[in-house]
Design a protein around this ligand. Sequence first.
Ligand code: G4P
Length: 523
Amino acid sequence: MTTLSNDVATRRTFAIISHPDAGKTTITEQLLLFGGIVRQAGTVKARKSGNFAKSDWMEIEQKRGISVTSSVMQFDYEGKRINILDTPGHEDFSEDTYRTLMAVDSAVMVIDSAKGIEPQTKKLFKICKMRGIPIFTFMNKLDRDGRDPLDLIAELEDVLGIEGYPMNWPIGMGKELKGLYDRYHNRVAMFRPDSEETAYVPLDDDGDIPADNPLHDDSWYEDARDNMELIEDAGNAFDMDKIAKGDQTPVFFGSALANFGVKTFLETYLQFAPQPEEHKTTEGDEVEPTDDNFSGFVFKIQANMDPKHRDRIAFVRICSGRFNHGMDVTLGRTGKTMRLSNVTQFMADTRENVDTAVAGDIIGLYDTGNYQIGDTIYTGKKKLQFEKLPQFTPELFVRVTAKNVMKQKSFHKGINQLVQEGAIQLYTSYTTGDYILGAVGQLQFEVFQFRMQNEYNSDVIMEPMGHKTARWIDPEQLDERMSSSRNLLVKDLAGEPLFLFENDFAERWFKDKYPDVKLTSKL
Ligand code: G4P
């Protein structure tokens, strides 16, 4: 018999954060291979490029290139059930990408070792750091010439403010890649590009490779050994408390493409990654994952981009209890009872076990407009609302108007509902009263436009304003004369004033001119 607490203890729910092209898809694929979910490398990749049509959903994905079904990938490995949540990058980057990080218990940060920390990684890291969740780092593409590993470790601290603790160290790099000095497992993993299996050579009591190993006198090995010693003496000590809080990150070097170091990474990660923990409510209570009552929150709504359908999927992170097919839950915001009968789960390959899920898992509810981002659903008598999801600082802006002036009513209704739902952010210009939409990614505008037309029968005109730096100002300090040609003064939905600066230069200019004025950003 499986009990709830046993089941919850097996869950590991995480997202991979990275900059496009660092290797997220490749590493995900390797993980799914280990989980026996895909049998051949290239499946996820093919799906990404649209050669992998299966269901209607996938057709939709193809049309728009949005991944719906691959938003969550679930597989079992060594007694653990792993949920990987996708954080889309490129043109699919949106507030949903950020919000997904609200639904995970840890994160894996993939860095291209030739490029180091790139902008999107930095943005996503910031959210993980704010949540204080453990972050595990994979320095990828070791089979190519990259930067000095010491530099890469130092950069973690300099740029992200997180201590790096190398779990292994590259022996050579690029064409000279010989292996990994695995300090944690006290062994050397030998790189054999022509073989699928990695060979591991145990180290002796002094931490040295046996004298009969060809690497013993290799200068690359000696280099790695010296560096390890240096780090042992001068580097950070392994600190589980710091890791748990996201103040230290275990760093693994490897190559996703060559499938080198990935398995060790997965196994070590599973050993340290946290199981689901409690979630805070607005009342200040903490809901334990093993609570018998079911609860969860909606962190993402995926609009169906097919004009023939109007349904969407509301993604729910289960925070406590067990989901059973057909169960009734209360939707906190409306107080309505909802029957969870049309629910999808995300076993990548099979449709088994779709009838039940526990805290840590993600379920997708087919939705015809009942759910909003941030909604809490629960069973039991006690009303429950999980803490609000944070607001993010938008970077892209458009001016929006209704194409048909006679249809103002549906225009306003649509905008209000979509803004309430968190699909996009709305601002109003102080001087003209113009509606301005803000987003973190272009996709949000496209989804907005599509849904306005499809769900509210309202054609909109969107006039791009490009990138802006949004900074909130204390209303007490605001003087409308501060607005100039280099910034636009607007207010947000809550009526809070903010400036949209043309660029960083305009912001600096403003700060120089008004040194006492405090400007703030959201996340
Ligand atoms: P992403 O999801 O983070 O955007 O990255 P993705 O896995 O798609 O990888 C981006 C590119 O980097 C791909 O090459 C991929 O093959 C390559 N790559 C990933 N991991 C490694 C690695 O460990 N070593 C090396 N050398 N390359 C790696 P591409 O040419 O853009 O795509 P494709 O032609 O392979 O499809």
